[in-house]
Design a protein around this ligand. Sequence first.
Ligand code: UD1
Ligand code: CA
Length: 462
Amino acid sequence: MNPLRILIMAAGKGTRFKSSWPKVLHRLAGQPLASYVITTAQSLNPEAIGIVVGQDAEKVRSALADDSIHFVEQSPQLGTGHAVQVAKPFWGPGDGTLMILSGDVPLISCETLKALVESHFQSGSSVTLLSTRLDDPTGYGRVVRDASGEVVRIVEQKDATPEERIIQEVNTGIYCFKTPDLAGVIDLLSAANSQKEYYLPECVGLLKARNQPVSAVLCGNPVEVAGVNSRVELAQLEQILRERKTRELMREGVTLIDPSSTYISPNVTIGPDTVIYPNVYIEGNSRIGRACQIYPNVRITQSVLEDRVLVLDSSVIVNSHIESESQIGPFAHLRTDVEIGKKVRIGNFVELKKTSVGDGSTAAHLSYLGDTQVGRKVNVGAGTITCNYDGIQKHRTVIEDHVFIGSDSQLVAPVTVKEGAYVAAGSTITEKVPKDALAIARSPQVIKPDWARKRRESLKKG
Ligand code: UD1
Ligand code: CA
């Protein structure tokens, strides 16, 4: 057999990004650039996947951590050829096939890579590179062919003659090598070029010079092989992915009032008849059910909304789960770990954190509920605050079924309000409220008859 290993190059400095953050961790539609290539590599079921990391290697490792990946550290980074030299313990020796991918070419598809491997096996070439034809090839290595059309070598933009720069067929930075043939030339690279780097593509010319067969497979879709070398290119791919996703959703029955201002990450799913207003962000692996309505300026991250949920303007929902027919917002903040039951109403300026709210309950105005369990059919009055933090630790509040919390109350945790109890408005509750009881914790009202009138009159006289 001919075992396939995949090596992803992701150690580059990303100079053109002008960033203190490693390029391959910059996010495309919410996910690190390199994670796209890793997922595609995994879909090919290779014997092993290696990734070369360099700039901020530790950050990259922890962001991409996955048991199935071998990390190779390249430091300093002396070019793509050097990256493959450093990774030799991962891929050599042996009699297999090494596929090389670039961490900054995120949209390459599994189908294209399968076609590349197949062609590589059929032709028996020492190297098969994936090329594409670009109207504007600026910045890419050019594929130089001889009079008979055979691939001879690759020349980088910066080293190319004016004649070579006219060539529109470019190297995508994706290759399949016969492992022993790569091993035969990888240490022969020279850095005698304009960038003083060891170029991996030089292997193509070296193999050809040894009369070993080299070939290229042309990728018909330049978007798949677009490299992300700058923030401009990142934004271009971001737009392509966004349009792909919004078109897919509309085909599946989702209404987007203005697709161009709707930002939905690739892994999000949305049920039919859901309507999404402009300037909405839905991120991560969020799932939105059927017939929901998401009003403008809402961000939903890593959350689940079941069917017929209404999210009104300017709400933020993170790491939360909302059951069907509930209503959130406007201006609500479900900060994290929030579980909302069915037919719940969470209104304006209500913030929830690590809190569950049972079916049919309401917190309609100006509240903070943190580390709280709210039962069913509870009314949380306007301005209710759970005082969950004592300056050192967080404590829980439990509000059982059918409780009524009057407006402007504070519940000083840890505290429980038992089933059916009633808390009078303006109370500061510090102790358990028994079942069906009324708790009033405020100073009693004092009436001083005619006090106001007398004061006015005395002021007038003075
Ligand atoms: C590279 C190719 C070029 C091709 C283009 C396609 C070289 C010399 N040139 O150019 O022919 O047209 O890709 O996108 O290979 N990297 C390392 N270690 C290093 C340098 C780079 O791991 O020392 C990684 C980078 O993180 C990146 C990839 O290799 O993921 C490509 O490097 P980059 O500097 O972007 O090469 P290009 O100039 O785009
Ligand atoms: Ca690149």
